[in-house]
Design a protein around this ligand. Sequence first.
Ligand code: GH3
Ligand code: MG
Ligand code: MG
Length: 443
Amino acid sequence: MIGNILIVDDEPGALKLLRDILADDGHVVRPFNNGELALRSIMTEAPELIVLDIRMPSLNGFEVCRRLQEDERLMDIPVIFISAASDMEDKVRAFQEGGVDYITKPFHKEEVIARVRTHIALSHTLQRMKKVAEALRISEESLKMAQAIAHLGHWELDIKTGQFICSEEMYRIMGLEPQGQIANEETFLLTVHHEDRERVANHLSKVLSGNSFDMEYRIILQSGKVRVVHGKGEVFCLGNSKQPKVIGTIQDIHEHDQTKMLGVVQDITERKELYNKLEEQANTDALTGCDSRRHFLEHAGQELLRARRYGGELSMLMLDLDHFKNINDTYGHHVGDITLKKTVQICRELLRDVDVIGRLGGEEFAIMLPETGNERAIEVAGRLCQAVAAVEISLEDTATLRFTTSIGIASLAAEDFRIDEILNRADQALYKAKHSGRNRACT
Ligand code: GH3
Ligand code: MG
Ligand code: MG
């Protein structure tokens, strides 16, 4: 193994001999006859090995070595000291001063070559180790960063010992200091919301028989805050076999010494909240706060199935404001909007909690009346018409606006299998109401 070696000796004969021995062995050699010059050269370009005479005028070998140790970039360069064969004291001190070895004068060619080769090889190995350690540190750091970005923590359960190890991010998600508070399955389960604890424990125990752990559950932070997490876990067998990941059965688990369960926890509280918010938005009409068309039809479909299954009654009202275009044209779109909101408000006040109002579009609403037969629906629709006609909306210039609505009524019949069949009949009834003078309910 060829090395880049710097040698220092104040004796010209010894320096030349040493240089020749090392150069003949194939090394790149930089010779110096005093410590100051050698130090300067080392700072400019660090060698892989320094062979350093102890006894030199002005700066001796030990002092040169001390200077190297003061510099972080140079402290790891191995130094072999050169001492006189007779000087036992120097040899002992050579190691105390941080030398890795010594060679004695007069030089024995084979000994010099052997010691230098050994330390060059060692130095190369150390450099490789340093690089690997640095790469490992970076990848661990990246993993930590990635986990933090994804709000993803991981845990490891040693099935044999029951020991639980959690990553830093896992502790962060739990709102705990990363000091090993979660040491076993029991303490892990304590972080789970009490309503979800049994479910998580059951699921976890099933993992031991080879199922993977994959579920959403709630955790409770020390602050009392509730977070929703998605837990995943699988059994890994880290034995001598070439297959490092095995989802094991109970038997497999007890056959392998190093069987561990690895899992991740992902904090999805924000995602869940956002999803709920978007769902709420999609289900609600932004202007009036009643159900959106899509949500109303979904709801009505379910109600139809229920009514058919249990032989219950169900009625639908189709409601359309009269001459609404005139209101917009006369008072402006804003007043039109107020009228729409007011209409929904009146319906809410008159209807039961189980009745559902949906905005089908524009100034057209549908109202579902569960457990309500035709007769009762006619009554409700009549009252709605009257209530709307009685409303006065005060406008800015002390004027008041009054408006009316027409309603079509239809009730569930034996041949109705789909909700639009009832709605179509209600629509036809609405048409009738419009054409027979408006401000009325028709069947
Ligand atoms: P009819 O008595 O026959 O129902 O007459 P109409 O004027 O009420 O019916 P038409 O269908 O001709 O007009 C409905 C109007 O409703 C037209 C449209 O500009 C208006 N409109 C639809 N959506 C909204 C809304 O969200 N806000 C307001 N202010 N107006 C709306
Ligand atoms: Mg209208
Ligand atoms: Mg209309």
